[in-house]
Design a protein around this ligand. Sequence first.
Ligand code: URA
Length: 206
Amino acid sequence: SAQAAAAAANTLAELQTALESYEGCGLKRTATNTVFADGTPAGGIWFIGEAPGRDEDRIGKPFVGRAGQLLDKMLLSIGLDRNVNAYITNVQNWRPPDNRDPSPEEAAQCLPFLRRHIELADPGLIVLLGAVAARHVVGISDGIMKMRGRWLEYRVGTRMVPLMPTLHPAYLLRQPAHKKLAWRDLQAIAARIETIGLPRVPGRAN
Ligand code: URA
């Protein structure tokens, strides 16, 4: 039924409404808000995380807590801003209790909405934040430390969208020594943005 509800939506607004009225995911019953997305969808650079945490559940937007503040800094360091040219969403739209990982079933319940979301907005480039997004969006079962920084592709109709898995900002808050790896990935992402000519925030790039 997630598949049918997602497929019936022809705009992002319709998709958000369809998700908000979807009752097939148990996590919705314990969540305060449905967390759909934030930012500039069309043609932008997409960042896909795992699931809303406490702050996101309270406010109804993705990445607004501590990990979100770090994500905003990471974006800004390569000339991206969610209000201008970046878009942020999650694999899971409802907060799992106690911030546990979403189960494979729970992720599968939201995934048709995410796939339709990508199809409708047609992003310019996709960055997967952390192992959970990498596992569910492109089926990577190798560890994120092995897969981060590698270019993959995500098919949208006949178009192949460049996609890179990198480290999740919440992980970087716990393991700050690994920020240099994320920084390396961000530099590669910035270079790719440069070659495909996507919009950047003027005067903010390092
Ligand atoms: N972590 C995520 O993966 N997503 C959010 O929205 C917030 C924290």
